[in-house]
Design a protein around this ligand. Structure first.
Ligand code: ZN
Length: 302
């Protein structure tokens, strides 16, 4: 079985990336694992709290159980995405019990998202979760800066976010944050955006996002840890490849495969057809968007 921390470090060392595919609907697990295996790639299967609260993945345990049926330990890892300290509706979340449940359910890495707190608060909450995770022998991802998109309110036009660098991760803060919080991977805001989760917005096509590569290089240099890019769907391809060279070693892919599933189901009420659509989309992400076919051999020499 792969070790998550080691796998992401290997990706960074080889200048490649490990994608993490979100699971808002349980039947998506099977085709994602199948596609990753068939492409001889390495990936994480992940679920965020918002996906069992507002979509249909039920619970982190339900995803772990579904994952247990299909996983391929040579190619796939199980990760807990966004456990917010303050959620997208501005409500406080009792986050530590969720982290403990994930550890008990066999998750191989976890994310705490305290990015809605101030710097001090974010450091403290991350320290707390990193300690629990490390105690269980798994790495902890955290977020600094604000990857926009999950808010329920009106969306800010993309060009405005990019031009004003609204929410972008500050380089000096990132250096201090990683040093003091003990996080293993840092999710940074450098131009990507999350797909909308609000009911009335979630079916919209995401605007094409770009990345501020110079800013990313500074963050990679200042922190020294693998960086994570959230909102990986719908970013300009060339930007993604440059971003990977600049230090992104994990990339989250959610909206693109979710919409493939939803659109296929809307067309024809057939879970198998929707699974096929997810399979095809994941193959496309691996070959066309990220160019990471055969990363299993690249990373592990087998
Ligand atoms: Zn995210």
């Amino acid at each position: 079985m792969m070790d998550a921390k080691d796998a992401v470090l290997r990706a960074k060392k080889h200048g490649t990336v490990i994608p993490a595919y979100n699971i808002p609907y349980l039947p998506m697990v099977k085709p994602v694992v199948q596609a990753v295996t068939d492409m001889n790639s390495v990936a994480m299967i992940q679920v965020a709290r918002v996906e069992w609260e507002k979509f249909d993945s039920q619970s982190l345990e339900a995803v772990a159980e579904e994952y247990g049926k299909y996983r391929n330990p040579e190619h796939t890892l199980l990760h807990l995405d966004h456990v917010p300290v303050i959620d997208e509706d501005q409500k406080k979340v009792d986050y530590l019990p969720i982290i403990r449940r994930a550890i008990a359910a066999g998750y191989q890495s976890v994310m705490i998202d305290a990015s809605r707190l101030d710097l001090e608060g974010n450091i403290r909450a991350t320290q707390e979760v990193a300690q629990v995770a490390h105690g269980a022998g798994i790495p902890c991802e955290s977020e600094l800066g604000a990857v926009m998109g999950h808010e329920s309110g009106p969306r800010i036009p993309y060009e405005e976010i990019f031009a004003t660098k609204k929410g972008f991760t500050d380089v000096a803060e990132a250096e201090r944050f990683v040093r003091e919080s003990g996080c293993d991977w840092l999710s940074v805001a450098v131009g990507s955006i999350h797909g909308a989760v609000a009911e009335n917005l979630r079916h919209q096509k995401k605007p094409e996002a770009r990345l501020d590569i110079e800013h990313l290089k500074k963050l990679a240099g200042a922190t020294g840890v693998p960086l994570v890019l959230h909102g990986g769907s719908g970013i300009n391809k060339e930007c993604i490849r440059e971003g990977i060279r600049a230090g992104i070693a994990k990339i989250n892919v959610g909206t693109e495969i979710r919409q493939a599933y939803e659109n296929a189901l809307a067309e024809k009420e057939d879970i198998e057809a929707a699974r096929q659509a997810v399979y095809d989309k994941v193959c496309e992400v691996i070959t066309d968007m990220l160019c990471i076919r055969d990363t299993r051999s690249l990373l592990y020499g087998d």
